[in-house]
Design a binder for this molecule. Sequence first.
Ligand SMILES: Nc1ncnc2c1ncn2[C@@H]1O[C@H](COP(=O)(O)OP(=O)(O)O)[C@@H](O)[C@H]1O
Ligand SMILES: Cc1cn([C@H]2C[C@H](O)[C@@H](COP(=O)(O)OP(=O)(O)O)O2)c(=O)[nH]c1=O
Length: 210
Amino acid sequence: MLSNREILQRFVVIEGIDGAGTTTQLNLLGTRFTQHGCAHVATAEPTDSPIGQLIRRYLGGDLHCHPGTLARLFAADRFNHLFDPENGIKRHLDDGAWVLNDRYIFSSLAYQGTLWDYERVHELNREFPLPEYLFFINTPSEIGSKRRNSRSHKEIYEQDSIQSEVYDGYLRILEEYKNTGMHIHVIDGALSENEIHEILWQVLKTSDTV
Ligand SMILES: Nc1ncnc2c1ncn2[C@@H]1O[C@H](COP(=O)(O)OP(=O)(O)O)[C@@H](O)[C@H]1O
Ligand SMILES: Cc1cn([C@H]2C[C@H](O)[C@@H](COP(=O)(O)OP(=O)(O)O)O2)c(=O)[nH]c1=O
């Protein structure tokens, strides 16, 4: 049951296809939180842990595996990211900080769920709590494609046909998760970096704890 999922307060997730600008927005938000003296941790998935580094090797194309293996690696990396006793998301939230995260379960559902098997990916991510805020930067694949093409190094998902499927997957997931109690904001990815940032900031600023 999606409606019974635990929601972690002060946990913020930014999602979008490759090139949507999630990394850009994470950095801008982190700077803004710092300027306002608001305790926070800015982080991302896949993480820098050994599991995350292994995932990067698959994404880079120098290792190959069954898509089910990759789905499980993302879930293992996420479990560690959430529950690591010293540096995990839960620990930071329990200490009173905000956690700003570039990608979370919605990436697994949109990428592995679309490209492999939605039900199995859903099952692998069922135990994870939901964020209080989910920002989806709504960047259709044509716009993302132009931005991705300026990168020298391509990862395995950085192809227009794949990104277009993943984009459609995100739209389905947003619909599926709309009544779960998260604050979901869909933001026009064609806006400038600063315009998008201001929208995110205005939403978070009105929360009583920032
Ligand atoms: N709203 C935007 N408008 C135009 N360019 C953007 C925007 N957001 C990000 N970019 C640019 O697009 C590229 C990809 O951004 P990035 O944040 O790395 O995307 P992601 O992490 O979602 O793949 C970068 O060159 C970045 O400066
Ligand atoms: C967290 C996560 C990421 N991904 C993909 C999305 C991206 O294509 C890739 C790396 O994410 P990321 O580092 O955010 O990409 P970018 O280079 O755009 O900043 O991993 C999944 O397929 N499943 C997941 O669960």
